[in-house]
Ligand binder design. Structure first.
Ligand code: NAD
Length: 411
């Protein structure tokens, strides 16, 4: 199933729950604007290379649109469209005054020099600067892009529009970036884990956790969970998975990847298992924090964890979701689970617009407040409607966007 179809399916479940009429569904699902541009640059070799860039602006009924910019060879319109709508539901769910967008360029950043990447980025901004902006659409880093790319975007945008640090988030901290943005998504996963455990009456030290992916999200989630006394028994990255039944020493693993080019390869403080085995471990909480689509109809029945927190985007395929739901597995859906990133992006935008800088403590406190509210809201709606946390989350988000659309008026 394609990414767009999966989001559509979850949208439909929630729209059924809300008894939304067909014309309103079409209105809410259809992107406001889709931009596809050609980007031509001269490579270091002197050859000309052409790339395709996309920006899909899904909905702006609740505020300027917000969403990442992805550099990956598999980027296509279908994927960008799905991720743009996911951003609309995510920002609405967390109640940020934003709509949703997403962008990408079909390119493999590893195959290009830094100079070439900068040229591509600036050429992309030349093509889309009129449709983005602090009050229109605010890009952020995603797969294959980082704070450096965001600094280029801001710099290129300002050549047309003057000083506008709020045009992108995820900037370097020295250049109007927010303290705590890097840890935000992983920290948010940890905050939500603690909230859920409390609701379920489970004690953190008795909660064994397996985390797939030890990059930005997975490593910060592991750090925060270990600090909150959860027992992280397995971690993994592309090099494999590492398991220790009585709990891993997370600070040690974090020091190891820092000294080892951000890789767990060769980590000898734990038993080496496969990434597939990690998903099927007998643990209390499973956190997929690497790729999409890793929990499938094939492996769903073997997953023993009674709780899953979807740190990655779309880690559970819809067919697997149905199997797990049948078994009573509690799933914190991606649109809530990884919303910490966009929440601190929002804080960065607010600081930029006010020319005022918050300290890390304030960022952390506001993140905790925003995500805790969103979690309690989802939990309550799920109890009231007797539905999954995913359907509850989509229901809240769709209802907010629907109401805003009606209040804005349809001419
Ligand atoms: P990252 O590139 O920093 O880390 C990805 C991790 O996954 C790495 O440890 C990598 O080795 C591992 N990995 C890659 N292929 C793997 C495989 N086949 N099996 C096991 N592990 C594998 O990325 P990230 O920023 O941590 O993002 C992780 C996920 O979270 C993505 O799905 C991303 O879209 C989502 N997400 C990230 C953010 C954010 O703020 N970074 C926000 C929302 C959603």
């Amino acid at each position: 199933m394609k990414a767009f179809e999966a989001v559509q399916l979850y949208f439909d479940h929630a729209a059924d729950e809300l008894q939304l009429p067909e014309n309103m569904r079409t209105l809410l699902v259809t992107p406001k604007r889709e931009v596809q541009v050609q980007i031509a640059i001269e490579r270091d070799s002197g050859d000309v290379a052409t790339f395709i860039g996309y920006r899909v602006q899904h909905d702006d009924s609740r505020g300027p649109m917000k969403g990442g910019l992805r550099y990956h060879p598999d980027v296509d319109l279908d994927e960008v469209r799905a991720l743009a709508s996911l951003m609309t539901w995510k920002t609405a769910l967390v109640n940020l005054p934003y709509g949703g967008a997403k962008g990408g360029i079909a390119v493999s950043p590893r195959d290009l020099s830094i100079k070439e990447l900068e040229k591509i980025t600036r050429a992309f901004v030349d093509q889309i600067h009129d449709v983005i902006g602090p009050d229109r659409d605010i890009p952020a880093p995603d797969m294959g892009t980082d704070h450096v790319v965001m600094a280029w975007i801001r710099n290129q945008y300002e050549k047309y529009h003057g000083f506008s640090p709020a045009v992108v988030t995820g900037k370097p901290v020295e250049l109007y970036g927010a303290e705590g943005r890097e840890e935000a998504t992983g920290r948010g996963v940890g905050i939500l884990a603690n909230k859920l455990l409390k609701r379920l009456g489970r004690k953190p030290p008795e909660t064994r956790v397996a985390i797939q992916g030890f990059g930005n999200v997975g490593s910060h989630a592991a750090k925060f969970m270990a600090e909150s006394e959860l027992k992280v028994v397995a971690i993994s990255d592309i090099s494999g998975a590492y398991y220790k039944a009585n709990g891993l020493n997370i600070p040690h693993a974090l020091r190891y990847i820092l000294a080892n080019k951000h890789s767990l390869a060769g980590y000898s403080e734990a038993e080496r298992i496969s990434n597939l085995e990690l998903l099927e471990l007998d643990v209390d909480l499973l956190v997929p924090a690497a790729l999409g689509g890793v929990i499938t109809a094939e492996n769903a029945a073997s997953i023993k964890a009674p709780i899953i927190i979807e740190a990655a985007n779309q880690p559970t395929q819809p067919a697997a979701d149905a199997i797990l739901d049948e078994r009573g597995t509690i799933i914190v859906p991606d649109i809530l689970a990884n919303a910490g990133g966009v929440t601190v992006s929002y804080f960065e935008w607010v600081q930029n617009l006010q020319y005022y800088k918050w300290n890390l403590n304030r960022v952390r406190q506001e993140l905790d407040y925003t995500l805790s509210n969103a979690f309690e809201n989802v939990w309550q709606v799920a109890q009231e409607r007797k539905c999954t946390l995913r359907t509850a989350a989509y229901t809240i988000a769709i209802e907010r966007v629907f109401r805003a659309t009606l209040l804005n008026g349809i001419s």
